[in-house]
Design a protein around this ligand. Structure first.
Ligand code: TYD
Length: 207
């Protein structure tokens, strides 16, 4: 039986730049000889990608939003993440449950206790081994987003929403300090890349 893979997630407010830096992280892990599966949430399976389209573009209340992201997550975990980890593949996932606590919990003001219950049901104890939190100032991230793409339902929210989301991430990070590594996403691209690779290197050296 192979050694299980590691589950690594990337988090942060929209426009923090995590997707670009995940490319470098993936390349580094592959160069170390790891099999890597890159995925994202909501998404990662045909069903979850269909749910993503709804969540990002259809009006709905916060409970519906929370139920849909967890439904997408359940399918993604069962169909993709758990089998990959069991086969020894490292999973690099753009967002996971910390985003639900940050966006639906803090951003929308939805009940964190209900989110914890759903987390327990859906994940059955599964948590990321490492979470790279790309922490950026909401005004800087908004300017980056405006330069590159049209806004979805979340990206269209105001600065106050993203301040709340950021504080949601800060709270999750304080609750799981060994899992989270905070990356200062306001730094130069080289500095951010260096921080990402050194976090991966330190993590890969554990266990
Ligand atoms: P994102 O991952 O930033 O993709 P892209 O770079 O293509 O825009 O977009 C996903 C959006 O979904 C983001 O605004 C955060 C939101 N989201 C939630 O609100 N809750 C969740 O649980 C997840 C996973 C994402």
């Amino acid at each position: 039986m192979s050694t299980p893979g590691r589950f690594i997630t990337a988090e942060g407010i929209d426009g923090a730049g995590k997707t670009t830096h995940l490319d470098a992280g993936e390349a580094w892990l592959r160069a170390q000889g790891h099999a890597v599966l890159r995925s994202r949430e909501p998404g990662g399976t045909a069903l979850a990608e269909a749910l993503r389209e709804l969540v990002l573009h259809r009006p709905m209340d916060a409970l519906t939003e929370a139920l849909l992201v967890f439904a997408a997550r359940r399918d993604h975990l069962q169909q993709v993440i758990e089998p990959a980890l069991a086969a020894g593949t490292w999973v690099l996932c753009d967002r996971f449950t910390d985003a639900t606590f940050a966006y639906q919990g803090h951003g929308r003001g939805f009940d964190a206790g209900v989110l914890s219950t759903l987390e327990g049901w859906v994940q059955q104890g599964r948590q990321p081994d490492l979470t790279l939190w790309f922490d950026a100032d909401p005004a800087v991230a908004a300017a980056r987003r405006a330069a590159v793409r049209a806004a979805d339902r979340f990206e269209a929210e105001d600065l106050a929403f993203f301040h709340r989301v950021r504080s949601g991430y800060a709270l999750r990070a304080s609750e799981a300090p060994t899992r989270f590594v905070r990356i200062d996403a306001g730094g130069s691209p080289e500095a951010v890349r260096h921080a990402v690779l050194s976090a991966l290197e330190s993590h890969a050296a554990t266990r």
